[in-house]
Design a protein. Sequence first.
Lengths: 417, 113, 992
Amino acid sequence: MRKYSVFAVAREALRGHKGWEAQWSSPEPRSSYDVVIVGGGGHGLGAAYYLAKEHGITNVAVLEKGWLGGGNTGRNTTIIRSNYLYEESMDIYEHSLKLWEGLSQDLNYNVMYSPRGVMMLSHNTHDMQSFKRHINANTLYGIDNEWLTPEQAKAYCPPLDISKTARYPINGAALQRRGGTARHDAVAWGYARAASDRGVHIIQNCEVTGIRRGPNGEVTGVDTNRGFIGAKKIGVSAAGHSSVVMEMAGVRVPLHSNPLQALVSEPLKPIFPCVVMSNTVHAYISQSDKGELVIGAGTDQYNSYSQTGGLQIITHTLDAICELFPMFRRVKMMRQWGGITDNTPDRSPIQGVTPVPNLFVNCGWGTGGFKATPGSANLFAHLIARGEPHRLAAGLTLDRFRTGRLIDEAAAAAVAH
Amino acid sequence: MLLIHCPYCEEDRSELEFRWAGEAHIARPENMAGITDEEFAEFFFLRNNEKGLTYERWRHIHGCGRFFNAARDTVTDKFLMTYKAGLPKQPVPGVSATEKAVETCEQTEGDAR
Amino acid sequence: MSASVKNVGAFRIKGAGRLTPARTARFTFDGKSYTAMEGDTVASALLAHGVHLVGRSFKYHRPRGILTAGPEEPNALLDVSRDAARRQPNVRATVQEVFDGAKISSQNRWPSLSFDVGAVNNLFSPFFAAGFYYKTFMWPRQAWTKVYEPFIRRAAGLGVAPTEEDPDRYANRFAHCDVLIAGAGVAGLTAALSAASTGAEVILVDEQPEVGGALHFDTSTTIDGQDGYDWAQDTAAKLRAMPNVRVLTRTTAFGYYNHGFLGLAERVSDHLDRPGRDVPRERLWQVRAKRVIIATGSIERHMVFANNDRPGIMLASAVRTFLNHYGVAVGRNVGVYTAHDSAYEAAFDLKRAGVHIAAIVDCRDRPGEAVLAEARALGIDVLTGHSVTDTAGRLRIRSMTVARNGNFDIRKIEVDSLIVSAGWTPSVHLFSQSRGKLRWDEANRRFLPDTYAQDCVSVGGCNGTDDVAEAIDEAIAAGGGRVAVHGESRFNWTGGMIGAAEGAGPDTTVKAFIDFQHDVTAKDIRLAVREGMHSIEHIKRFTTNGMASDQGKLSNMHGLAIAAEMLDRPIPQVGLTTFRAPYTPVTYGTLVAHSRGELFDPARKTPMHELEAAEGAAFEDVGNWKRAWYFPRRGEDMATAVNRECRTVRDVAGVFDASTLGKIEVVGPDAAQFLNLLYTNAWDTLQPGKCRYGIMTREDGFIYDDGVVGRLAEDRFYVTTTTGGAPRVLHHMEDYLQTEFPHLRVWLTSTTEQWAVIAVQGPKAREIIRPFVEGVDISNETFPHMSVAECEVMGVPARLFRMSFTGELGFEVNVPADYGPTVWKAIWERTKGMGGCLYGTEAMHVLRAEKGYIIVGQDTDGTVTPDDAGLGWAVSKKKTDFVGIRGLKRPDLMREGRKQLVGLVTNRPSDVLEEGAQIVADPNQPKPMTMLGHVTSAYWSENCGRSIAMALVAGGRARIGQTLYVPMKDRTIAVEVTDTVFFDKDGGRIHG
């Protein structure tokens, strides 16, 4: 792999950029692999990369039914943070955040991780109690998260309206300074390039249509639109379609697939310095490096795989954005789109073994999958390599729905994303 | 925004009047206190989450207030029928529940023919 | 005010165009003043004055001019303001109509449009190839945040966001129709005539100020023997006069959603000189159409060749629009470079208007005979089989370099403008948004509608129907009516090319732009392919082609063709990126419409709200309710007021507005049986006239809601819920009643807003209310704690509860909401006279915490069982079924060491814990520390003379008496675990 650097760019600039090689190779699939990963998003590509890098398992294929990163990796609003409430959540999201901090250098690919701060607005006593519960838990766990007064919040994010006459005035905010954003496509491409360099096969336009099982119930491979591909182990990381793929192995998972929409504005000169979220009025917003205001809307209420949603979800979100930032009323929505999120009953992910031997699942990240990408991928690789979860992901099992030991971030905090 | 036919009002109304209420035809066990942990998890958490034909419940919450059932395609979001609560699962003419779902726009985008 | 033709622009052509000089408007552009004619767009007005340079590109800051005459414009994005608060960035000059006093500025340049320091990027452009930023800026690690990213951000972006709140008003309309027609060109108007003739309700929308579409520029079309544009206006007038037709101009159908739902954005007053305060700026139409006819025509493409982006280079259709509609010539010595006959027509029109045509350069060897003949007749040089391989000119094109195809002999031809056309792309945006599937038309190299996903049909240009007569027939059929329209046109839409032209092929390094706004060139596409981006979506994202504010209307097909050539695959195999809504950008304010301020989420107020406000109440938001929080007297801060209220309630009495509590009437012969199933407690044992505290869980066994339920009669219960929980509890109850227990004869009615609830709590509560109550003896003996009665209060039918959320003797007076203020006033007057007080939610919280009463949602959080909350007594052991019975028995819910609700007292009585603070056993443990639980409620208790707190603590009840620690930022607070009752431990007061 040619190393990326400013010198490489300069050298290529002088010869018309004719010397760049493909970022990843696109080989014909082998007849079998040690590990097949279903789903070529950030989580799947990352898992393949860490299998090769940290576990020495390079006979790996990532099967993607469409194009790399075309699912939720390329459709989210790129928010990164780790200030969750429960230890199980803090473990995995903080593991992820630490990996984000060095990811560009690790992959030799600028994923533009930008710790510009994620600020969650508190509008009432209940929000304040909940946020302080998070802040205290995070602090004692070694994760940064701090309380801001409305004035401090405004100083951190000048466009914010903190007037007392607002319909839902702001009584403070929780700020995680290490939180921020990254460039979503670069994450998929960076992992793909680094994994490919280590011998991983990345196979696009390859849709898994069945999972085959051996005499002892263990997986033996997958049927695809490009034929059967043998596998000693299979990792499923197909956000949005996890139910569909797991059903192929006869495993039911407690998921709902819901449309989640987002939108961007026309490009503007820098106006918005951080990420702001408000659960009470249902809005979150940041500004991309290109200058677009990136706004996440809510999920539609019904199950759907359509990647579209209702206009009322968009308008409701913009209602909230314009309440918080009244000067944005004249800004224009340039593009809107939808993704499919897998949502679990407790709004926490499932990563673990399944009742089927050698079949591993990573799903249910809901609206929080992007921020978890490096951490989830890293721990998923561990799970696949060792056959048992890493300590940091031990609580994310499928079994918790039987025992009742849920990790109920939604119930505890009611702060999504 | 979906357009939904309420089988009680016999009217097509905007989604704004309705609330989605989960998968249909999941009966609460009669012997609730006696089921196993696995059976409870199955009843309370596991859902088909079909890609394609799904049976689901809606409530005309800002209308007549009634719960009813619907057959909808989760790929196209088209309603195939709605029917009153309590009726058994209705077959949808020409569609079998196991039929392979049509492609999503995600699959077809970048793949126009 | 009138003006001579001269000062409305030196490039106005006498006798050309449809504008009249009757009215003019003044505007400034970058500080210089100009005059426009009524009906001018900013683009036509500037061109009339010879101004072509209007902007700078996104990345290289290259000088850019006006390329189009419509909403597809990628270059001419300007900042337009009426006043400081009404400033709008990124306005398309080709869409915005001039209004008098408009202040218009160019964007993305510093210090000035003609001398822009950012243009240095153009010199370094070899470094800034597509995706270069992924490959660099990685070292040192901190520099990305501190140096590189801020630099990139400053360079990026186009316009400057508004900084003041928008004072303009926006409107919203919902509409239903039988047929919605998008686009009012020949096809759309004809379809409207046809549909309207059937009596159908029709809405016809068009984004331009007048109907006509391509008839704005194409003067060769006649319909029913009339000039096409005039026919369009007459037809629109005819349609407008029909009661079943609504014609909306300046209205863009921006999104086609599920089930025939479309979003339209109407520009109502941005074109007016002085819009009245009664008109909105824009209006959102949300239309549910039974059927949609898409008649959106097609969009012309530019030619992809070296330096094809200089100001003065324009699409043929734009040149004709400016001339034939606005009466403006785009230059005095104009060249043409084309792969399509369309551009010839522009040259002919200009020539006839007296403009010199330097040459028509046609990359095709054999253009149409008709246009060649006409060119000869007009004396225009045509160079077939030639290409423009370069252009020159710093701020405007000065010359074009022309070569015979495959030949290196070049010559320069001086021009001041260059007309380009590579043919027409059907506008399939709405069709694709409706989720229809496209097919590739290989003969004409374009995508066309194929399979429909909704009840809609495409007609005319957007359906690839290029012949006007055929388009009319198609439109009549689509409308379903019987009308006769006859059209003729010699304009030829078919043909052209996509992809890079001669001299911009894979072996070159020239800058041949495909996406002007994002500075994406043909070689960027090729680089993306070389780097392994083989999906068109990857190519789009890697190069950002088609992601600018014009969303690739001009660039998509060119990008696709260049990628297909590089990949050596047929175009349909490379694919097409998704057309996402909106078709053109839509103002947030329009989408928000009325939903701002008070109307963002209307506040719910109790019947006594105004009276409480008059008493000086401070209010807090609880859900969407406004609740009286505390009642400060002069000079009191919140703590002082709350302390006084708490003390007064226990010493005398207090009046509290409990109207926000949810109230559900559960009626019917099986009502008790139903409640038995819905609550963990038993209800059949509750006698009429009594009430009981109830806990509701979901099937999972976690606390869902709580409240007091009174049995008014054998078959009638009055259920109260938490303030926030009322809607979901009713929904939950209805769900079970309708779908699980439909055999039960029970009816549920929400009565939350029907009753005003006035709580009177304190030792003197009985004495206060006694004179008002008739029909029930409220003595302690006949009406003990947890009694309920229907009676009269001040002659008003009432429901009187003896209950308490303070631990004091207490009553809750329920009267019909309209009588609430009167009864409240009387009770408050009497209470005041006896030394009592009004108290708000904060004092209520403190008082209940002193007694260890929980608040669902504060002391519980959706992971707490009744037993965890110390309410195990409320879970029936006898019932064989209730919602939650099985969930409660799951392993983790039965586990030892679950978090349990306990009391905490700080070692220092004056220390009030922070709600949300975490609790540990070992304060010296290094991070990550083991947390045992958290503080759910914490207050200064004036009545206890110390702080009190409740907390969920792992194995909490077994820890009573232990010392635990609450580490805070600045210190660690030691606490002792206690039970949850801090005041009146034996509970005698409640029975007073």
